[in-house]
Ligand binder design. Structure first.
Ligand code: PMP
Length: 407
């Protein structure tokens, strides 16, 4: 069925040989966080054992070495997402940190009372609440792109949301609940045709398909390290140079300054203007190691294999008549949100956990989307390239066992 080197890949992830309740873990919660390849684990271990020192500020040997590794990591990220310059890559704490940065700095410098921001119904709370907070500070308001019954953005409705008060659009690349892969290039073009900048939330995209921010032409792109097989507490904000130059710093502290006096402080150049304090430099290096690992496999190969997994899961889950699926767009990642008959998602999740199948249940930080579908939560199985067809079977067997017990 596939020439993808799945056994070799699985052996690169130590945690996948864990047993839970006496069964090998089928880890299907990759939308929440991904597991870590050994070379990333070892890279971080080596830094802690042999190289650790604070970056940018010291003259000593170790610090010099760490600074080089950190800046090399920035170049790795730049190449990974096709950014024109390294200065456009800002290390943050994660997708949430990146979006808060833009929402705050953009909000403070650009937004005025009566202005409008366009979001969509399928956004993660991370791409809703920071904008809402900016709106509250400035007297601006949110306009929301509706989602269709199959879980796609209503592009015609989106076009009609623009007014002369629209200041920015912020939309997810891939939905963490529905799996829908949004037509982001078209969405960017529409925003730009109105002279409006756009932020894309790439938290569920960069790990699954090749992403090129220059080609997408988005103004900002945000994602998290821990969802791309890297460490927690690290993430990326990419921005167009004109915007990053124009926006004020988000946080003040060490490294982001040029000169400080009690009368006035001037700020550092990009990207340091947005990296106040001691950043998670080891995390950045770890994330770059994971990106290098992915590149060695090839994002196109990963994408192709995950599409095979997706198609197989659609077929197998579709054969369970009591399963109601949310998100049936044909442009879809291997993310499946569903409810079994009248079984509470939490019960489903708890029971299949005993079969060694790890999923997530609840609202998935997307309450407005739950409201759109009139539900309180779903079970979500989210696959990635170390998952197998056999794990799809194990998920379905466990779901059938739930139905035998409760359905
Ligand atoms: N956006 C989307 C689409 C997500 O799925 C997530 C994480 N579930 C986030 C943003 C937030 O990511 P983090 O918590 O890593 O900052």
């Amino acid at each position: 069925m596939t020439d993808f080197p799945i056994l070799k890949i699985r052996s690169d992830f130590p945690i996948l040989s864990q047993m839970v309740y006496g069964k090998p873990v089928a880890y299907l919660d990759n939308g929440a966080t991904t597991q870590k390849p050994i070379r990333m684990i070892e890279a971080i271990d080596k830094i802690h054992r042999e190289q650790n020192a604070s970056i940018h500020r010291s003259v000593n040997f170790l610090s010099d070495k760490m600074t080089s590794l950190y800046e090399e990591a920035r170049t790795t990220v730049q190449n990974f997402i096709g950014a024109p310059k390294t200065s456009q890559i800002i290390f943050t704490s994660g997708a949430t940190g990146s979006i808060n940065l833009v929402a705050f700095s953009f909000g403070e410098s650009i937004l005025k009372a009566g202005d409008e921001i366009i979001l969509s119904t399928m956004e993660h709370h991370s791409n809703i609440v920071p904008w809402q907070m900016a709106c509250e500070r400035k007297g601006a308001s949110l306009k929301i792109i509706p989602v269709t019954d199959i879980g796609e953005l209503d592009i015609e409705a989106y076009k009609n949301l623009f007014s002369d008060r629209t200041r920015i659009v912020a939309v997810t690349h891939v939905s963490n609940v529905l799996g829908t892969i949004n037509p982001v290039k078209e969405i960017v073009q529409i925003a730009h045709s109105h002279g409006v900048p756009i932020l894309l939330d790439g938290a569920q995209a960069v790990q699954h398909e090749p992403v090129n921010v220059a080609d997408l032409d988005c103004d900002f792109y945000a994602f998290s390290g821990h969802k791309i097989y890297g460490p927690t507490g690290i993430g990326v904000l990419y921005g167009k140079e004109e915007w990053l130059e124009r926006l004020p710093p988000y946080q003040g502290g060490g490294d982001m300054i040029d000169q400080v006096t009690f009368e006035k402080t001037t700020y550092n150049v990009l990207p340091f203007k947005f990296e106040a304090g001691t950043t998670n430099f080891i995390g950045a290096i770890g994330m770059a190691e994971s990106m290098n690992y992915l590149s060695s496999i090839g994002l196109e190969n990963i994408q192709r294999y995950e599409q095979q997994l997706r198609d197989y899961a659609i077929q197998k889950l579709g054969a369970i008549p009591q399963l109601r699926m949310y998100g049936t767009s044909e442009h879809k990642a291997a993310v499946f949100s569903f409810i079994l008959n009248n079984v509470h998602p939490y019960d489903t999740g708890l029971i299949i956990d005993k079969y060694g199948v790890a999923v997530r249940t609840g609202t998935h930080c997307a309450m407005p989307l739950m409201q759109r579908f009139g539900i309180h939560g779903t079970v979500r199985a989210s696959f990635c390239f170390y998952n197998t067809m056999e794990e799809v079977d194990r998920l379905c067997d466990a779901l059938n066992a739930v139905l035998d017990l409760m359905g």
